[in-house]
Design a protein around this ligand. Structure first.
Ligand SMILES: O=C(O)CCC(=O)C(=O)O
Ligand SMILES: [Fe+2]
Length: 373
């Protein structure tokens, strides 16, 4: 059977001649359901170079930052130092005692599982797709050609802020209608975690000896953007050949990640080694630094370079929440008197649109858009 079969995502991309092309790519969840046997593993999902961790890999628990300690005199100073080290040395850290109720997190997990538990036909019928090149909806993004290796992933992306007053009338069906409480559960999660991220942006700036509002000042409350991307990684018969997501940094200020299902899949590059993050199977949340914080901090922290491994017998979900200043706003590096600017000022939407244009890449190419060299 053709791997496209009856179950495919339609995707659009601008090709190298600037022309809008539409193509079809297989739905990974359906491939996994067919139980593909080893020797029929589809060529389109073979990532090059092979992504196994036979060399230059290790496992580690990322730093854990205690949000409660950041709030208490007496523990605050040390925790700020730990936060600065975590951001500079890892670009990823777990947060605990964040104050977001287990119920809020459990509801999000339930609706995400509920959506991916629907049949393909039902999923298609109750949400829009990535076809419109807006990087939202259900399907796959970063498809740029007919022959590039494809990630072992299906995705669902929504814009949670700013609220689009025309959402109901502009024809975009971005939020799934099923499960019925999908939007409500994700919006609740966004509302609660946004407060945590705002506090972290202030603490992070202070921990880097910048003005406490150096970063948060850009995150205007009404127009700042929050995109929520749900990633679904079905079990993969050949995790030695495929990859969940190719190496990338995020075009965000901060990204907040909630994973469930399999763990030990997300890797971050630290000291030039791919490091598999051992994450606890509880409701801690993971933060990673994005390219926009790299610009704002004048390179003191870097956008974390990360990737996701495919897993043999287990499925994995993640919910990545990208927190950005308003699309039309201009951001720039904060520098002290004694250092020079290493990054240009950029308009957020221009940075993001260049990011989508150049990705996927094998090295940190997107940030070169802002870097002064
Ligand atoms: O699934 C993960 O752990 C990471 C997801 C991710 O990197 C992304 O969506 O940008
Ligand atoms: Fe990412």
């Amino acid at each position: 059977m053709s791997i496209n079969g009856p179950h495919s995502h339609e995707v659009s991309f601008i090709d190298e001649n600037g022309e809008l092309k539409t193509t079809k790519v297989p739905v990974v969840q359906e491939l996994a359901r067919q139980g593909l046997v080893n020797d029929h593993f589809p060529k389109r999902f073979i990532a090059l170079p092979p992504t196994t961790c036979t060399v230059d890999c290790r496992s580690a628990t990322p730093p854990v930052i205690d949000i409660a300690k950041l709030k208490r005199d007496g523990t605050r100073e040390l925790e700020l130092r730990r936060l600065a080290d975590a951001a500079k040395e890892w670009g990823v850290f777990l947060i605990e005692n964040h104050g977001v109720d287990d119920m809020v997190l459990d509801d999000v997990k339930d609706v995400v599982k509920g959506f991916f538990g629907l049949s393909f036909e039902e999923k298609k019928a109750n949400v829009g797709s990535y076809k419109s090149v807006d990087n939202m909806g259900y399907g796959k993004n970063f498809v740029k050609s007919e022959d590039q290796p494809l990630d072992w992933i299906d995705r669902l992306t929504m814009k949670a802020a700013p609220v689009d007053p025309n959402e109901a009338t502009n024809g975009l069906l971005v939020w799934p209608k099923k499960p019925a409480n999908f939007k409500q559960a994700v919006e609740k999660y966004v509302e609660k975690t946004r407060k945590v991220l705002d506090g972290l942006l202030q603490d992070l700036a202070e921990s880097l000896s910048l003005d406490r509002n150096a970063f948060l000042q850009y995150f205007e409350p009404k127009q700042s953007e929050i995109k929520v991307r749900v990633n679904y990684y079905p079990p993969c018969p050949r995790p030695d050949l495929a990859i969940g997501i190719l190496p990338h940094s995020d075009a965000s200020g901060l990204t907040l990640l909630l994973e469930f299902g399999a763990t030990n899949a997300l890797q971050v590059q630290k000291d030039n080694l791919w490091t598999t993050l051992q994450l606890p199977n509880d409701n801690s949340l993971l933060v990673n630094t994005g390219d926009l914080i790299e610009i704002m901090s004048n390179g003191m922290v870097k956008g974390a370079w990360h990737r996701v491994r495919a897993q043999l017998d287990v499925e994995r979900f993640s919910l990545a929440y990208f927190y950005n200043p308003p699309a039309k706003s201009e951001i720039g590096p904060m520098v002290g008197d004694d250092s020079s600017e290493m990054y240009k000022k950029v308009v957020v939407e221009d940075y993001v649109s260049n990011y989508y244009k150049v990705n996927p890449t094998t090295s940190k190419e997107a940030i070169m858009y802002a870097k002064i060299i």
